[in-house]
Design a protein around this ligand. Structure first.
Ligand code: ZN
Length: 412
């Protein structure tokens, strides 16, 4: 504990020396119990998709208790607090362009009614959402407290944010709102999302995704007396089979997953309807667009073929619904934000891993705003299942890494 993790000499780095990073490590360690208590408390407030309100209210209260000002909940439900107190103006200049956003997401994947009360099992704390993103929210609270109490105050303003709608169905609606064209917040210097656990991963590339529900409908009928009428399930089967064998590039990594399908009326009926949902992903925006075009083409071709071989009254119809669309994006590894996170990672004794994933950071990345996502320390597993767990192993290092990242973004 006495020795900062990594055992690195902070004195060698002018910014870390200026901010007495060495002295901040014991502060972070001393705060560990408080951080964990916030994690438990926030996780215990259900936050199903589109039901983040109550958890957001508690986050706003906590921001207030920490002495932050200008705390508000925007129209989307994001909770935003400003540091330093006194608003967004610093040194007389409008300075959001210099601001860092430190963010985590309020929502979980779990529907209303899920038991989210944390339970202790040995070293583990089990609760749906305890890791994703209970840990991130607790880390945002920790950073809000640490940054408010820094012996040498930051010169950069910080916006602490808890977003709504990060998970699947939410389709990034929180960050979308935060960075909408007419947003009073934008532009900002950079965006740091704290999401989940771990100490070494730096998500600097946002995997884009497009999610579609494809429905094929027909007249249906009796499986014997109406035999010969086109069968939506048979057609969906053909489409799925073709999609499953599409060649996809390994670099840039691109994927196609038919994730759900259903249809039919009864064992003795030609179905009237069949549908499937497909999840398309790529680290490259153009590749993702091409893939979506191909998927739509395959569906149209199959439907055309079905109608060519049938009389007019016996055709199938096709509906393609968009279930979600997350833009792809990247923050260049040479950018100061990525560099700062890498350096901070080394300071906690880890080797930085630059990776691609799909998080709140996708959205700012796609707009050209530098953005990364970091794990907030500790270990975890079973994410997105009711068996989700968290273990506070090297939890403080995660908080410290995020803090050092912010310190390293100060102007030299
Ligand atoms: Zn998450």
């Amino acid at each position: 504990m006495e020795e900062p993790p990594g055992g690195t000499d902070f004195g060698k780095h002018p910014l870390l020396a200026r901010h007495r990073a060495q002295d901040l490590w014991p502060v972070v360690v001393a705060m560990d119990k408080w951080v964990l208590a916030r994690q438990l408390e926030l996780t215990a407030i259900p936050a199903p998709p589109f039901g983040e309100g109550p958890r957001g209210e508690r986050v706003a209260e906590l921001f207030m208790e920490l002495g932050l000002e200008d705390i508000r909940t925007d129209e989307a439900g994001n909770v935003i607090a400003h540091w330093p107190p006194g608003g967004t103006k610093l040194g007389g200049k409008q300075s959001n362009a210099e601001a860092i956003v430190v963010s985590a997401h309020l929502d979980t994947v779990f529907p209303a009614g899920t038991d989210v009360a944390p339970k202790f099992e040995g070293n583990r704390i089990c609760a749906p959402g305890i890791t994703d993103d209970g840990r991130g929210l607790a880390a945002v609270m920790a950073l809000a407290r640490l940054i408010s109490e820094l012996p040498v105050p930051l010169t950069r303003p910080v916006l602490f944010v808890a977003t709504v709608g990060e998970e699947g169905q939410g389709d990034l609606r929180g960050v979308r709102h935060l960075f909408r064209a007419e947003s009073p917040l934008a532009p900002v210097f950079g965006f740091i999302s704290l999401d989940g656990v771990g100490l070494d991963r730096i998500i600097h590339r946002g995997v884009g995704s497009t999610r579609l529900r494809i429905t094929v409908r027909g007249r249906g009928g009796h499986s014997w007396t109406d035999y010969g009428r086109p069968n939506p399930i048979h057609r969906v089967g053909r489409i799925v089979s073709r999609l499953g064998s599409l060649p996809l590039p390994a670099d840039p990594k691109t994927s196609l997953t038919v994730a759900r399908w259903a249809g039919g009326t009864s064992i003795n009926s030609i179905p009237q309807e069949a549908w499937f949902e497909v999840d398309l992903r790529s680290v490259d925006a153009a590749e993702l667009e091409t893939l979506e075009r191909t998927v739509r083409e395959v569906c149209r071709e199959e439907l055309e073929e079905a109608s060519n071989s049938q009389s007019q009254t016996n055709t199938l119809s096709l509906e393609i619904e968009e279930l979600g669309r997350r833009p792809a994006g990247v923050t260049d590894p040479s950018h100061m934000l990525v560099q700062a996170a890498m350096e901070a990672t080394r300071h906690v004794g880890e080797k930085p891993q630059l990776i691609a994933s799909s998080t709140d950071a996708n959205l700012p990345m796609s707009l050209g705003i530098p953005a990364i996502t970091l794990g907030a320390g500790g270990r975890g597993g079973g994410v997105h299942t009711v068996e989700e767990w968290f273990e506070n192993t090297r939890g403080p290092e995660g908080i410290f890494r995020a803090l050092l990242t912010v310190l390293l973004l100060e102007e030299a």
